[in-house]
Design a protein around this ligand. Structure first.
Ligand SMILES: C[S@@+](CC[C@H](N)C(=O)[O-])C[C@H]1O[C@@H](n2cnc3c(N)ncnc32)[C@H](O)[C@@H]1O
Length: 437
């Protein structure tokens, strides 16, 4: 396909996402089925443009003075893909698959510049209703933090120390991919975010992945799991195990010792955990499914550590799933908040006196993070917050740079707020708690 046809396709796909509320993956899949002549390079180009248009919707709609799929795609080509109006007009010329010619207003929007006077929601690339939350969470950095959440994300890998070591793993990964060791943790590998116009194999298609040497996991998520350290030989409950991403990290951190119980309120999510445990060579996990009382009743008051990877809005992952940023509404945030309070209250009863709890969200919104800890601590005087940095240091997996960078992310309760701007990771909140009574 020529670029003009690809641009027309991106406008069409974005329309189904924004106006028919289809998730990006489904919309791309349906478009691919209906347009079988398009090759994998075309699809990567089109979905790359659609994703960037969603990431930059805040500033682009402001500059273009319109929020239509066409305005967003044209504005993104100009402001993110560095294709100015003349270059685009040239690709449209004489191509029967091209969108309608550019209007003067579109040309002006494509050449406009974002100034410091633009409203915060445009500079931060966020929905307007989230401005107060961003201001409270980030203060003067709100625009910068939001803008970096509109960038493309790298693909991160976690070295599975149950099967290999970081040196062998990076060697194996580099045979197929351009990759570097993480600058923050010794067991992380980063495959830099690539230009969607260039081709590269997916990380889960490489032999090192098939052998269980590496797992696809954002470095922020890996750091959140390290906040459980030290855990070797302990009794640990992963209370929101889902498809098992953190379970696998915790099992590796435990070096296959002790006992790790994996449970999720939604048993269907747990199904994906089995092949993953097998591939990773994990032997210390008991998957518990079923209603909480029956599945976990015998563990009450006995756990050395309870890990809560709480249900959340996922605002920390907007770089990877930018459509969810615009779909998020205040009602959904309120639902998440009440689930978080419920999960904290329920999980706490499994912690033995003297035991610990780790609360994690992949969100940057204070309503889901520090606010929830304030509410929990007020209702549970037998718990206190403990600095996450202490646990991370004890994991033995921080690099020198990691220790410095992460220490700078500590805030109230000694909790860490990771963000793309601060740590180059997804946004994660990590808080350590200890049961004193
Ligand atoms: C962030 S996801 C977990 C992801 C998983 N730990 C991983 O690393 O792949 C949150 C999980 O919390 C579970 N959960 C547990 N209790 C819940 C509750 N009361 N309400 C909603 N979700 C709950 C959800 O089913 C969901 O799988």
């Amino acid at each position: 396909m020529r670029d003009a046809g690809r641009i027309a396709a991106a406008i069409e796909v974005l329309d189904t996402i924004l106006n028919r509320h289809q998730p990006v993956k489904e919309a791309m899949r349906d478009w691919g089925k209906a347009n079988r002549y398009a090759g994998s390079g075309d699809r990567a180009w089109i979905s790359g443009l659609v994703l960037d248009s969603l990431r930059r919707r805040g500033s682009v709609s402001y500059l273009m003075g319109a929020d239509s799929p066409r305005a967003l795609v044209l504005g993104t080509l100009a402001h993110e893909w560095e294709m100015g109006p003349d270059a685009i007009a040239a690709t449209f010329e004489g191509d029967e698959h091209a969108p309608d010619p550019l209007t003067d207003a579109e040309r002006a929007g494509m050449l406009a510049k974002l100034s410091g006077d633009a409203p915060l929601h445009a500079r931060a690339e966020i929905p307007e209703w989230l401005e107060p939350s961003f201001k409270r969470g980030f203060g003067d950095d709100a625009a910068l933090e939001g803008a970096s959440m509109a960038s493309r994300a790298a693909v991160d890998l976690r070295v599975n120390t149950l099967k290999t070591d970081p040196e062998k793993a990076i060697h194996a990964v580099r045979a197929q991919l351009n990759a570097d060791p993480s600058t923050l943790i010794t067991t992380g590998i980063r495959v830099p975010g690539h230009d969607p116009r260039a081709k590269s194999p997916p990380a889960d298609a490489i032999p090192a992945y098939g052998k269980g040497w590496v797992e696809v996991q954002d470095i922020g998520s890996q750091i959140a799991a390290l906040a459980a350290a030290p855990v070797e030989g302990l009794q640990v409950l992963d209370f929101c195990a889902g498809a098992g991403g953190k379970t696998l990290s915790l099992a590796a951190l435990m070096n296959n010792t002790g006992q790790l119980y994996a449970w999720d309120y939604d048993w269907r999510r747990l199904r994906a955990i089995w092949p993953r445990l097998e591939r990773a060579g994990v032997r210390n996990v008991q998957v518990r499914s079923g209603k909480e009382a029956e599945a976990l009743g015998d563990l009450e008051g006995k756990m050395d550590l309870v890990f809560i990877d709480a249900p959340c809005t996922g605002s920390g992952t907007w770089r990877r799933r930018p459509d969810t940023k615009w779909r998020l509404k205040d009602k959904a945030l309120a639902t998440r908040i009440s689930q978080q309070d419920e999960v904290l209250a329920k999980a706490a009863k499994y912690v033995r006196p003297g035991g610990r709890m780790v609360y994690v969200t992949c969100s940057v919104l204070p309503e889901e993070n520090g606010d929830r800890i304030d509410v929990f601590l007020a209702a549970n005087p037998d718990f206190r917050a403990v600095p996450v940095m202490d646990a991370l240091q004890r994991s033995g997996q921080l690099t020198e740079e990691g220790a410095l960078t992460l220490a700078a992310c500590a805030g109230a309760h000694g909790a860490l707020q990771l963000t793309p701007a601060r740590t180059g990771t997804d946004g994660f909140y990590v808080c350590g708690l200890a049961r004193v009574g």
